[in-house]
Design a binder for this molecule. Structure first.
Ligand SMILES: [Zn+2]
Length: 78
């Protein structure tokens, strides 16, 4: 197994809106069809939804708070 090809990714000249599949140029940050914000394209040429990672962060924080509360509850209650 060789690592050949990993350094030469497929060149992407356009990206697809993840919401309505409209073809956008790489420089576009907003879809001109549905007016939603789009990010950089992934390896499939589909624009990444900006802010999607934030929901994961919020989920992690929420779980952390929940876990913290569970810990406090276990420690301070008999
Ligand atoms: Zn769109």
């Amino acid at each position: 197994m060789t690592a050949q090809g990993s350094s030469t990714p497929t060149k992407i000249y356009s990206k697809k809106c993840p919401y309505c599949s409209t073809i956008l140029s790489l420089a576009d940050t907003t879809c001109h069809a549905c007016r939603r914000k789009v990010g950089d394209p992934d390896k499939h040429g589909i624009a990444i939804v900006p802010g999607k990672w934030k929901s994961y962060v919020y989920l992690a924080i929420a779980l952390g708070i929940l876990g913290g509360w569970f810990y406090v509850w276990k420690v301070y209650l008999p």
